[in-house]
Design a protein around this ligand. Structure first.
Ligand code: TXA
Ligand code: MG
Length: 305
């Protein structure tokens, strides 16, 4: 039986025992375990049905911890962390040998993130451990943004989900790689390319697909209901024999608000037994880039099926 709990001590105990647990972060819920315990990390992969070639992010309390797990850390990392951490940004750095292959899928780099969610930070403090945590969804599915979402993804597969309310940001962290002297965005997120450029100067945008990141897995964030992109909702208004869901962002004030509701709205529509869902892409700038990216992946999966 999977239980939603508020008891941080129980969550800490579960992690110390080498189990995996649903944990709240400001971006999306994570499926966390002791990053230094190989068997515990293996359980993360098994619980999510995650392919073993897809590395997991390690969450730590502060920048000083980066030096415990990474080497050759460039100055830009400290500058960016100073501005955006704790928060929705992940730094891909050269790993040291404390970090085991299971965490990095055999790569010689590790993704490090300092989450800002108070409850997650409390768990980091009380366990005294780095916590490996991918998003707490089944592989290829929509990331969860509430404890109930995690329950619907992983019911019966984990003992506990620590409830931290609805995620404030709603989409996953921006992932930046610093390997080979570059500042390279592997996954767009709430911290935008412009935000990063203001701190570091020009950054590159990895679209080549050479580096393994979630951006490479086309099958990601997919609802069960087919999702289609339209230029205008009028395009489907004459279809009378189908139940159509509208993922309509016009009710939201700005991209931040769209991001907060993106996955939960998609989940709500997905539960309604519709024939298909339609959406209009947003303008491809700022957080809009991350929003379009998540939608494009969700849509592509369905078009391929
Ligand atoms: O906001 C987030 O990042 C959330 C919360 C829970 O922290 N986590 C998250 O994890 O989205 P996940 O596993 O669903 O997506 C992180 C992605 C992985 O798919 C992986 O491809 C990429 O980060 N990643 C992790 N370590 C990496 C590395 N060393 N090199 C390149 N990509 C890496
Ligand atoms: Mg994920």
């Amino acid at each position: 039986m999977t239980k939603i709990i508020k008891d941080i001590d129980l969550a800490v105990k579960e992690i110390h025992e080498g189990n995996v647990i649903g944990l709240p972060t400001e971006t999306v819920y994570g499926l966390g375990a002791n990053a230094l315990n190989e068997n515990a990390v293996i359980k993360i992969y098994e619980t999510k049905d995650r392919p073993k070639f897809n590395p997991v992010i390690v969450h730590v309390r502060d920048v000083a911890d980066f030096e415990k797990y990474a080497i050759d850390i460039p100055d830009e990392v400290y500058k960016l962390a100073d501005k955006f951490s704790p928060g929705p940004v992940t730094f891909v750095l050269k790993k040291n040998n404390i970090i085991q292959d299971i965490v990095t899928a055999g790569n010689d780099s590790v993704g490090l993130r300092i989450p800002s969610h108070n409850i997650f930070r409390e768990v980091l403090k009380e366990t005294g451990l780095p916590i490996a945590a991918p998003s707490a969804n089944k592989a290829g599915k929509i990331s969860p943004t509430s404890a109930d979402d995690v329950l619907s993804e992983l019911r019966g597969k984990i003992n506990y989900i620590l409830d931290g309310g609805k995620c404030e940001i709603g989409i996953e962290s921006t992932i930046i790689s610093f390997l080979n002297g570059d500042v390279n965005i592997l996954r767009h997120g709430f911290i935008t390319k412009e935000d990063i450029e203001k701190v570091t100067g020009k950054v590159t945008d990895d679209k080549t697909g050479k580096i393994l990141s979630p951006g490479l897995l086309k099958v990601h964030y997919a609802p069960k209901t087919p999702l289609y992109r339209v230029n205008n909702f009028d395009e489907v208004k004459d279809i009378k024999d189908k139940k159509i869901g509208y993922l309509d962002f016009s009710k939201y004030a700005d991209y931040k608000e769209i991001a907060v509701h993106l996955f939960s709205d998609l989940r709500d529509l997905d539960r309604q037994k519709l024939d298909f869902i339609v959406y209009k892409k947003v303008e491809n700038k700022g957080i809009g880039i991350a929003i379009n990216d998540r939608l494009e992946r969700a849509r592509t999966m369905n078009n391929e099926q």
